[in-house]
Design a protein around this ligand. Structure first.
Ligand code: PPE
Length: 305
């Protein structure tokens, strides 16, 4: 991570090196906090635009609501903080990381009124699963770690502590020479990847896990719209593990990973072993949309002026 000048903390712009919090902060011990991952992109006129900013901020507030983590910053405050963080740091194409976390005060699970720590950071972050993966597809492994049950972890929230589950899966995959982990839900159906939602293309139709046990990805939602515009039907349904093996195409999508093709799963080639036509078209349209080259998706871009 390449440091930039400032990080927004509780309404102040703080120097990157001084952006610290107490080691006894509640979130450090129990992961009680929520966060977002957002990307901004340089536009053809040289300005910056944030992709689906309002949807990300709404999800941040929803996540806090799920945890009953009080937040004094309004929707508008978060929007302004995201715009400001890009401006003060002179960033255009960046990854933004807002977070709202239970801070320092009391320890113990019962602590409820510790003052929260709210941050928005922004920094450069290239292709999450590698440039090569974006182009030729990645290799994925079905994880031995199950996706947490939706009644154990509240999966509609982007909750800090919940990500231990995802990190276990990711590390296992990387330790075994794969790029990414695919997690099954507690009933054994395909849920999502460690940091992405997943689409299976079979016989011209797209299939993805229903929302109940996955994060409601904003990129997932964007892919729905793109495929609808391409005339590709999208079905939300339970997907069995071996459907991944016989799929024509599989791709992952998320803010960090954007749209990344999957060329191999558990040592089985997916389709031809190369990114397929639907995946390539979704990826191309998505990348054009975020870079302001598709007027029909202009509403997704929040200009930073
Ligand atoms: N599922 C999970 C578990 C997930 O973490 C993400 C985003 C998604 C799906 C896709 O959601 P969306 O970004 O709204 O399309 N993962 C974030 C964290 C990555 C990280 O390593 O940190 C991200 O992509 O920003």
């Amino acid at each position: 991570m390449k440091p930039v000048e400032k990080i927004w903390i509780n309404g102040e712009m703080v120097d990157w090196e001084k952006a610290t919090m107490h080691v006894l902060s509640h979130v450090v011990h129990y992961g009680f906090g929520v966060f977002e991952g957002i990307r901004s992109y340089e536009q053809p006129d040289g300005s910056a635009a944030i992709f689906r900013l309002e949807d990300h901020i709404q999800r941040l507030l929803n996540s806090a609501h799920i945890l009953r983590l009080e937040c004094d910053w309004t929707f508008e405050d978060w929007i302004r903080a995201c715009e400001q963080i890009l401006k003060v740091n002179g960033l255009k194409s960046a990854y933004l990381r807002p977070a709202h976390m239970s801070g320092y005060g009391k320890l113990g699970l019962a602590a409820i009124d510790n003052p929260p720590v709210s941050i928005v950071a922004a920094f450069e972050w290239g292709a999450y699963l590698g440039e090569e993966g974006m182009k030729n597809g990645i290799r994925a492994k079905v994880s031995s770690f199950q996706r947490n049950h939706h009644n154990a972890h509240m999966l509609k929230g982007k909750v800090n502590g919940m990500y231990v589950n995802n990190i276990l899966a990711k590390r296992e995959a990387v330790d075994n020479g794969y790029d990414e982990a695919i997690m099954l839900d507690t009933a054994g159906y395909v849920a999502e990847a460690s940091g992405e939602n997943l689409f299976v293309i079979h016989k011209g139709k797209a299939h993805t896990a229903p929302l109940a046990n996955v994060l409601g990805g904003i990129t997932r939602d964007s892919c729905f719209r793109i495929m609808h515009d391409m005339g590709v039907e999208v079905v939300e349904r339970l997907i069995a593990r071996d459907e991944l093996y016989i799929a024509d195409e599989v791709f992952m999508c998320g803010t960090a990973a954007e749209v990344t093709p999957v060329r191999e799963i558990d040592q089985r080639e997916v389709g031809t072993g190369h990114p397929g036509p639907v995946t390539k078209e979704v990826q191309a349209r998505f990348l054009d949309a975020v870079h302001g080259k598709r007027p029909e998706y202009a509403e997704w871009l929040h200009p930073v002026t």
